[in-house]
Each structure stands twice: as C-alpha cells, then as structure tokens.
Design a protein around this ligand. Sequence first.
Ligand code: NAD
Length: 499
Amino acid sequence: MSSTWTHTFNTPVFKGTVEVPTGLFINGKFVDGSTKQAIDVINPSTGQLITKISVGTLDDVNTAVKAAQHAFETTYGLAMRGSDRGLLLGKLAQLIEDNTDAIACVEALDNGKTFPFAKGDVQAVVACFRYYAGWADKIQGKTIETSEAQLVYTRHEPIGVVGQIIPWNFPILMLAWKLGPALATGNTVVLKPSEFTPLSALFVAKYIQEAGFPPGVVNIVNGYGNVVGQSIAEHMDIEKIAFTGSTLVGRKIMEAAAKSNLKNVTLELGGKSPNVIFDDCNLDDAVKWAAFGIFFNHGQVCCAGSRIFVHEKIYDEFLHRFTEYTRNVKVGDPFDPDNFQGPQVSQVQYERIMGYIKTGQEEGATLHHGGERIGSEGYFIQPTIFTDVKPHMRIVREEIFGPVGVVAKFRDEDDIIAQANDTLYGLAAAVFTRDIVKAVRTANRLKAGTVWVNCVNHLHTAVPFGGYKQSGIGRELGEYALANYTHVKAVQINVDMQL
Ligand code: NAD
C-alpha cells in the first residue's frame, strides 16, 4: 500500500505536524500506481526534494474511471438526493476549514506562494464548497408552455464521469473550482493535479474520504500531463473534460476530445490582460493595484495585469511611483509573514521567465527595473518592469507567467481600446478612472470575460470567470458553472394521446 509524507512545520506562522498520503486516490482508497513509480516533489524555495508521490498511468486512469462509473450508477449521480450531496460538500468544507493553516502550509511549501496568500486560497476553497453545497438541491429544469395538449419539462441531469485537469499556480483553489460544481450536480470525477504541485490535492483527498463521499465519487490520479492527462482527455468513458492550464495544452485537450468520443470540453486558459490607467484615476491606488495585478502570486496568475497602459499625461508620474512601489515589494521565504512574493514554482518556470527577460532586452525594450535572480538557491526573481515596448514584441504578446510587467502609453479611449484588445487572449482587463461613464463605456468595449474597475484580481465564488478568444471556452464559478456539468433533457408528454 502507498505511504504517507509526514512533516513537522516549525514556522512563524504555523507549528505542527501534517500527514499527507502520497498514493493515488482511487475508489476511496490511497493506492500505489500500477507501475509503482514515483514523481519527485520539489520545494521551489530551495530546489530540494520534499517527498515522492505515486505516479499514474493509463491503467490507473482506467481503474479510476471504472470506480467513478460504478459510483455514478449506484451511490451518487441520480442515486443520491441533492440535499445529501449538499451535506457532503458542506462537511468537506468544514473539514478543510478546521485544517486551514496546515493545508496552507503544505501549499506554501509545495507551490512557493507566501503563507497568507496560501491561507487566502484555502479560505476561498471553503467558500467555494459551501457555495456549491447550497446549489446541490437546487438543480432544476423548467416547464415549457407549448400547447394545452402537451406537458413539456426539462431535467438538468448529471453528465456522468467527468475528467478534470488542473495547473500548479492555484493548486487547491483550482481543485475546488472544478470539484464544487461537478459534485453539486451529481457527477463523479477523475481529477489530475499538476505534477509540480500534487500535495494539497492529496491532503484534501483525506478529507473527501473523511466527509463520507462514497468510494469512487472523487478519484485523484497524479502523474504527467502527456500520460495521465492525455489518457483522461482521450478516454472513451469520460463524457466531459474540464481543463485549466496553458492555451497550448488546451488545444491538445480539444484535439483529444475530438478524436475520441467528442466529449464536452470546457477550457480555462492563459491571458495577457490589459490594465488601463486613465489620467483622472486616483494615482496612488492605481499604482498599488497595478503592482498587485502583476506581482500577486509571483505573476503566475492567468488574469495577471501584465500589460499596463497609462494615459500619456500621467505616464511619467505613474512610472516613477510604480517603480518606487515595486522596489519595496518583498521577495523571499514564503513562511516569513513580511514577504509578498515567494519563488517561482519550478526550475522550468524560472528558466522560462528569465528567457523572456532576455528576449525583451534583445527586442529593444528597456529593462526599467529588476530582471535578476535573487539568491543562489530556489527560484526567486525580482519584480520586473519593462518600458519602451512595441506591440509586436514577444514580451507584449506572450504570457510570461512571472513577475514581469510591461508599461506603455496611450492617447485616448479609441487608442487604448485598440491596444488593449490587440491580443489573442481575452481573460480579464482592468480600468482605473473616477469617471463612471468612462468606466462603463470602456468596460463594454474591452474583449474580456472579466473587467475590473478600480481593482484587479477580484474573484468571488458566485461570479463567473472565463475567457474570450484563446483564453478559453465556458465559464467557471457561480451559477454559470453548473451548466458545464449537466445535460438538459426535454421530456414531451402528449397529454390527450392524439397523433
Ligand atoms: P499546463 O498547460 O502546462 O498544464 C496544466 C495541466 O495540464 C497540468 O496538470 C499538466 O500536467 C496537464 N497536461 C500537460 N500536458 C497535457 C496533455 N498533453 N494532455 C493532458 N493534460 C496535460 O499549464 P501550467 O503550466 O500547469 O499552468 C499555467 C497555465 O495555466 C497558464 O497558461 C495559465 O494562464 C493557465 N491558467 C488559467 C486559469 C484560468 O482560469 N483561465 C487559471 C489558472 C491557470
């Protein structure tokens, strides 16, 4: 049988011992993968090994799918009342809430995000499960008036076994965004966490077991994307796939779905979000939000405000204040409560970001601030600002997924709409102004799934989130997410039996 990773935290923010199972979670049990092979889990603050976890294969995915099918048909799905599903989700939320600090520590260690933000993620997970617990007994169709001789109604039925694949930047939060609506609506799940950050999902699996979900309702199969992820995407008995990750892999998911059983696909992908700062804004606030927009979670945020556009009248003053603010962003140990930014998640990401910083300079942009590694161990990078950028540059067009922002000028509303929308992506955008009419007018013209006014990165479990263009398909969170996980069946009853 698989084992457990036991670790004692002795940090300023939490002292205590955690036990996290390291196996695959299939049919309600923690088991070794079929090959008995393991993946190294690396601490991004040091580059050292934390532990090893079991790695899955196609065989393990097949076993998990069978368990999920069985649970769907016999214990969950249509076999369990919505109110009981809600109770289970509520219990899970409570167990997670009771262990918030321990889970946040594991997340901070594994991902590198600073403890207060990891704790914020765990609190958002609790809110998400509670929110969808509330929906579980409110999944209902409509009656539709057609004629006196007909009774027509719709049912919103669970789809069946759903596959879910999540990234490493918000590991536990993405798990909740996926599991919440899928479980509330009665589906059973085979979920794959990122191979870079598998621990918090395994920690939560313990509480899924303890909350009393029937075996097979949630299966967690860790492993590599091109093996476990691909097996899920191609599986003939998985009828829906929900993916969060890069646009590149999102294409592979769609292709695999098309080539297999045409499973229903929702995608939450990358972004290159514009942050628009008009000359009538509150400049101090805009500076703080702009920094939060690009440096929060070390820039590893799909909706990061990575393109900062400033009205030409206030550009110099903004840049001066933004640079001073950035100079004071503290980077270091995720467990030191004074630090805002920790290490990037992995060596690969570190190299990718440093590569973009080099490219930006080679393309002729000015490296205005930062751009260096911090320290000699772990994957810490200075918060970085580029200026003198041109629309064709790769640092302007491509998602860097690190603490690297580009700052550019605009003249007027038409100019900023053209520049802001000049991207393949459309996940989010932000607008800073004190003029409500201008704010609404601009929000309407921006091609993005979310527009923030005088704030950035605000997410709420009740508010839909997702992308225009190549940022994705479908919406997560809120009532909208429920539609991703239900089939609509129309039942037409011929009341008077006439042909
Ligand atoms: P990624 O696409 O490399 O990996 C995401 C997941 O897909 C991982 O679990 C990975 O193992 C798996 N995967 C990789 N190759 C696969 C394949 N061939 N078939 C199936 N699965 C495969 O992304 P990442 O580096 O983990 O995360 C960063 C990306 O995620 C960024 O582009 C970011 O913008 C995006 N993201 C989007 C949102 C959103 O809500 N739109 C949220 C978070 C992250």
